[in-house]
Design a protein around this ligand. Structure first.
Ligand code: CMP
Length: 137
């Protein structure tokens, strides 16, 4: 089933020069880009995106990090795109959990600065695409 998912290449991914590497992995998997933009997120957008984490100890640092510089926001589509991208990304903790061969497992060391975000369900994807690309809604 064709799905859409919201992908962020976070500020660490842009700063470290991994935009091409990450987009290449997405395209090699067979997923395609439906929308993409480089932008620096305002705190209001970041807070809406990460609303479910409000109150957690890492939330203030997460908002500061995600708004700290340009990121790439993209809508990625294809068969089972949500699960497919999450498998490409690897688990949240790049060292303890993400498998070698995944973006985080290969390229990251910190749980906060873990290079990418991908929606975790169809509901999240709809909500997150609406936040970053309201014109697609
Ligand atoms: P992401 O997939 O974007 O979803 C929430 C983000 O919060 C996660 O990736 C990490 O960047 C960050 N995060 C989750 N857990 C922690 C943690 N324990 N410490 C720091 N950052 C975290």
């Amino acid at each position: 089933m064709t799905e859409r998912t919201l992908v962020l290449i976070k500020p660490d991914g842009v700063a470290r020069g991994y935009v091409g590497e990450i987009l290449s992995r997405i395209e090699r998997k067979g997923l395609t880009l439906a929308a993409m933009e480089l932008r620096t997120a305002p705190t209001s957008v970041a807070a809406e995106h990460y609303a479910e984490h409000e109150g957690k100890p890492f939330y203030p640092g997460l908002l500061e990090f995600i708004t700290s510089g340009p990121l790439v926001a993209a809508v990625v589509e294809g068969p089972r795109a949500i699960a497919a991208f999450r498998q490409l990304a690897g688990s949240t903790d790049p060292v303890a959990a993400a498998a070698p061969g995944s973006i985080r497992g290969d390229l990251a060391t910190e749980t906060q600065r873990n290079l990418v975000h991908g929606s975790d369900s169809t509901e999240s994807a709809d909500r997150e695409i609406g936040i970053w690309f309201p014109e697609l809604g």
